[in-house]
Design a protein around this ligand. Structure first.
Ligand code: F6R
Length: 250
């Protein structure tokens, strides 16, 4: 079931999502979190950073990572998560995983490397299982309806795997790079099936650029052309959106 909470702005949404994470971590100090990157979850992470909460035994898995950035690149999702989450909340860096962080990401994608990346994706999927699965998964949504980097056309049951990024997603993310040409063309992303196995999905979206994607995900047909629509197959989803992102909901 999807509960939709419409709030005035991203700050209020971040506080609400942070309340849910706080509740979980107080109940279970060894909780497993699923972390989104991009702009949307920042108010959540910043609200958490202001609370007196012990994250030292919390484990976390990032949703996705670019392929092809040099190690330590400031826009790699490993670096973003280290900066915005690990350092500010006091997680143990060894307990925070990012797809491909076992050493295969820092090269361009070609034949033999693709097999190594797919093997890393399989290992990531198994690492999530071994951790007991994700308790709470934070999700943003792309203007084209992607969640994680599951672009339109992704199988609804997909596992963690290598994907090509669409031109639109690369253009949307060019704001973090000097130009769109620097945005990687490939990524490793948790699949839609992986995301569906998390026990609670918290989907955040702000601004009118997300309004069509939010309406299609929450109220449209469940279809691989709107990857976010898989949330309708999940028993526990909280969508926290501002009024602009909610404006096309009926
Ligand atoms: C990021 C991710 C993506 C983003 C989406 C929205 O880890 O998986 O699905 O959540 O592209 O990005 P922002 O929040 O920057 O609008």
């Amino acid at each position: 079931m999807t509960e939709v909470v419409i709030v005035e702005d991203a700050e209020v949404a971040g506080r609400l999502a942070a309340d849910m994470i706080e509740h979980l971590v107080r109940r279970n100090p060894c909780a497993v979190l699923g972390l989104a990157t991009g702009s949307t979850p920042l108010t959540t992470y910043r609200s958490l950073a202001q609370r007196d909460l012990d994250f030292s035994r919390v484990r976390a898995f990032a949703l996705d990572e670019y392929v092809g950035l040099e190690p330590g690149h400031p826009q790699s999702y490993r670096a973003v998560i280290d900066r915005e989450v690990v350092a500010t909340l006091g997680l143990d860096p060894a307990m925070v995983r990012v797809p491909g962080d076992d050493g295969v990401l820092d090269a361009a994608l070609d034949g033999p490397l693709e097999a190594a990346l797919e093997a890393a994706a399989d290992r990531y999927e198994r690492a999530i299982e071994t951790a007991g699965g994700i308790d709470l998964q934070i999700l943003g949504i792309g203007a084209n309806g992607h969640i994680g980097f599951n672009e339109p056309g992704s199988s609804l049951a997909s596992p963690t795997r290598v994907k090509a990024l669409t031109r639109q997603t690369r253009e949307d993310n060019a704001r973090f790079f000097a130009s769109v040409d620097e945005v990687p063309r490939h990524c490793i992303t948790q699949g839609l099936g992986t995301i569906l196995r998390a026990r609670h999905l918290v989907l955040l979206a702000f601004g009118d650029r997300k309004a069509d994607a939010v309406a299609a995900a929450i109220e449209g047909a469940v279809s691989s052309s709107t990857p976010g629509s898989v949330v309708q197959l999940h028993p526990r989803v909280t969508a926290i959106v501002d009024e602009a992102a909610a404006s096309r909901l009926r």
